[in-house]
Design a protein around this ligand. Structure first.
Ligand code: ZN
Length: 353
């Protein structure tokens, strides 16, 4: 097969936020833009067939402060956001995605069943959008609206982003640093993981602390998934996965979606703003996972519209260059297909069905 036939699946984007006036540029998903990273024309050009579309609730009026340390930097966790605000923000964002699908003439499908996802990726030229909650603040602590969110299409939930909420504690950002930055899940968080398992909602461990990761690993019946992060041995930032975590992911049949974020890819932690980052740096993370635990446990998780993406990729139209870089590194046809799509399909099938 040629790369032109390979429809890709991406584990994480924050495009829904960039489309809103309040949190982004307010651009249309249907118009090709020079702003942000992803829209329908750019997805088509890149042969992107689907991905998780995150809903992330930003803090109001919060200034992120990156403090320099002797060897790198550290950042405080932002304060919690209220469930009420998160719920209305999330409902608006989910409504935006459904409106996009309704206005798209079939070009965008909100997909929540495995067969529909596979058919969209393999037998259509439509884009499959799977709603994801990046941080579960919109879920009521007693889980009373979880079925409503499921009905609205949510098929993946990260219990925490990098701040505390009713379900647990997220990982603080520091370089160098390890994911062991604080406590893990609360009792409500443990209930949420069980409820997600029961309903076939994927539990995403991006932004989890080491303790939170362990608790889910001990409890979850499903493959362990981290939708967007890197490898700690390549870039020792606190958000990246240690060897122990990679081994746990592999033992569960799960995967790591390798991020395209500069600060989580560059071995120097992105301390030189002018330094170029070649795609080979991204491939170093993919190769590390493949060599350590097997190519079936690594995939893509760009963080388009949510991070500073390495300039050698640029935006969604850089995806074909990532695929070429994987081939240049020596990954064969089946391996490239696994990384670019099939590993995500396997894990989603096992989780949703
Ligand atoms: Zn994130």
């Amino acid at each position: 097969m040629t790369d032109d036939d390979l429809r890709l699946f991406d584990g994480h984007n924050d495009t829904l936020l960039d489309l809103a006036d309040e949190t982004g540029s307010g651009r249309s998903f249907f118009d090709r833009s020079d702003e942000g990273h992803l829209d329908l024309p750019r997805a088509r050009e890149a042969n992107l067939g689907g991905g998780f579309f995150a809903v992330f609730v930003p803090n109001d009026d919060y200034e992120y402060e990156r403090r320099e340390t002797e060897e790198g930097y550290e950042m405080d966790l932002p304060p919690a956001v209220s469930h009420e605000r998160a719920e209305s923000f999330t409902n608006d964002a989910l409504a935006r995605l459904h409106r996009i699908a309704a206005d798209s003439d079939g070009a965008v499908r909100v997909v929540g069943e495995y067969d529909a996802l596979e058919a969209t990726l393999l037998d259509s030229d439509a884009l499959a959008a799977v709603p994801h909650l990046e941080g579960a603040e919109a879920v009521a602590p007693d889980l009373s609206n979880l079925d409503f969110l499921y009905a609205a299409g949510v098929r993946s939930i990260g219990p925490v982003w990098s701040r505390p909420n009713a379900f647990g504690h997220g990982v603080r950002s520091e370089y160098p640093g390890t994911p062991d930055t604080g406590p893990g899940l609360t009792a409500a968080g443990r209930d949420l993981v069980r409820a997600c398992n029961d309903r076939g909602i994927l539990v995403d461990l991006a932004h989890a602390t080491a303790a939170g990761f362990e608790e889910v690993a001990d409890r979850s019946a499903d493959p362990l998934v981290v939708s967007h992060a890197g490898v700690h041995e390549v870039c020792p930032v606190s958000r990246n996965l240690t060897d122990r975590q990679l081994d746990a992911i592999a033992a569960s049949g799960g995967l790591l979606g390798v991020t395209f974020a500069r600060g989580h890819l560059r071995p120097d932690g992105d301390n030189d703003p002018d330094a170029p980052t070649p795609i080979s740096t991204l491939v170093d993370h993919v190769e590390y996972v493949a060599d350590r635990v097997g190519v079936e446990h690594v995939a893509l998780g760009s963080d388009f519209d949510g991070a500073t993406v390495i300039e050698s990729v640029g935006d969604a139209t850089g995806l074909p260059a990532v695929i070429r870089a994987l081939r240049d590194r020596g990954f064969g046809d089946d391996e490239v297909r696994a990384i670019a799509r099939d590993n995500w399909l396997r894990v989603i099938r096992e989780t949703w069905e």
